[in-house]
Design a protein around this ligand. Structure first.
Ligand SMILES: [Fe+2]
Ligand SMILES: [Fe+2]
Length: 386
């Protein structure tokens, strides 16, 4: 089926350029154009089945900067892509944060095609429309209050150091995911994938980081029930330990620095879907927790039985929408059962699967059961026989 895409730009010259550029895609896309934000909203009011909205920055600033919010509220499942220029990043980001992906002008067809294809591919991961709706609305993930306070105090300090900010952000799943989303967006014009927080922070620069945290308020606070408090502490410890274990495995396998950084980040973020579920459907999570305890099945199986999906797919869905690299999204999506992934070679997914299982093994005598033996045997591993 053709992807249904609407382009909106209130600059007639820019809209004409877009029309010219995408005209060759009419075989694969059903393409619509709107000359201003109000017209695009009208299109979506009549028909909410658009897969993607691509908006120029002029349109995004319409309705007092609320245009993307209006789209999010009216058609949350429509993927929101912003095309902007380099000027005035902070104001632009403020009105554009509700976008899923950001591209920098001039945009070429290849970049546009790959951004649209990657975001749309995420749709196959989830079937539950209500859950997809809830996740598509997310602009940030909740951070640990202590780390949030620490980062705000550091950027407010007259002696603020980029290194210290990076260290704090690296300890928080939510802040790490958001910073990677921004650093990897073509909006900031980085030519290669950014896979480490230190690299992302260095690239964005202290002033942009300060503005993003203090004015744009890209991070948000955890507001969880008492019942989840101990789970949150465990998740943070497990995620950091898995990231560090993944970094060690990647280093021992002589991977290059980019891949080592990616292994750490994918390990850190592999369970990010739990955060999404705790934030979006906390009431269901208590039921899932109870089933895990009473039946002794892994948490992801309890999620699957109750929700029809697991935190792995949910996390991958959001990270994919946010434009994180395909190998990171793959590692998050299939970290419990890597044999289900379309990518069967040794890579970030293998490392995260091993690191997650080994990390659980520290407290769990049955950790072998977590290993996907069929997958690992095909790759020549037999870790359970050592
Ligand atoms: Fe998991
Ligand atoms: Fe895990």
């Amino acid at each position: 089926m053709k992807k249904k895409i609407i382009f909106v730009d209130d600059d007639p010259k820019e809209l004409k350029n877009l029309q010219k550029m995408v005209s060759c895609m009419s075989g694969e896309w059903e393409i619509h154009f709107a000359a201003e934000a109000g017209e695009a909203l009208e299109f979506l009011r009549k028909d909410s089945s658009f897969d993607v909205l691509v908006a120029g920055i002029g349109a995004v600033k319409a309705f007092n900067g609320e245009f993307m919010n209006c789209i999010r509220d009216r058609c949350p499942l429509t993927i929101r892509i912003l095309i902007s220029n380099r000027s005035d990043q902070t104001t632009t980001l403020k009105s554009a944060i509700p976008a899923h992906q950001y591209l920098l002008k001039p945009v070429n067809l290849e970049l546009l095609k790959s951004s649209i294809a990657r975001a749309c591919a995420m749709r196959g991961l989830l079937e539950d429309k209500l859950l997809m709706d809830a996740i598509s609305r997310m602009e940030s993930l909740p951070s640990l209050p202590s780390l949030y306070a620490e980062v705000v105090s550091e950027v407010n300090s007259p002696n603020c150091s980029l290194k210290k900010v990076g260290e704090i952000i690296s300890k928080d799943l939510a802040m790490s995911a958001k910073i990677l989303q921004l650093a990897n967006s073509a909006f900031f014009g980085h030519p290669q994938a950014v896979t480490s927080i230190s690299g992302a922070i260095l690239f964005l620069g202290l002033e942009t980081i300060k503005a993003l945290i203090l004015s744009v308020k890209i991070f948000s606070l955890f507001n969880c029930s008492k019942a989840l408090e101990s789970s949150i502490g465990k998740l943070w410890n497990h995620s950091i330990a898995t990231g560090m274990m993944a970094r060690t495995i990647a280093t021992q396998n002589d991977m290059d620095q980019g891949k080592i950084d990616e292994a750490f980040m994918a390990g850190l973020l592999h369970d990010v879907g739990k955060l999404v579920l705790w934030d979006r459907i906390p009431h269901k999570y208590q039921e899932i927790d109870a089933m895990e305890k009473s039946s002794g099945c892994p948490l992801w199986e309890a999620e699957q039985r109750i929700l029809g999906t697991s935190h792995a797919q949910v996390g991958a869905y959001l990270m994919g929408l946010w434009g994180l690299s395909e190998s990171m999204v793959d590692a998050i999506a299939f970290h419990h059962i890597p044999s289900k992934s379309p990518n069967q070679g040794f890579g970030t997914l293998t490392i995260v699967h091993l690191a997650n299982s080994l990390e659980h093994g520290k407290n769990d005598a049955d950790s072998d059961k977590r290993l996907d033996r069929e997958y690992l045997e095909k790759l020549g591993f037999k870790p359970w026989m050592d």
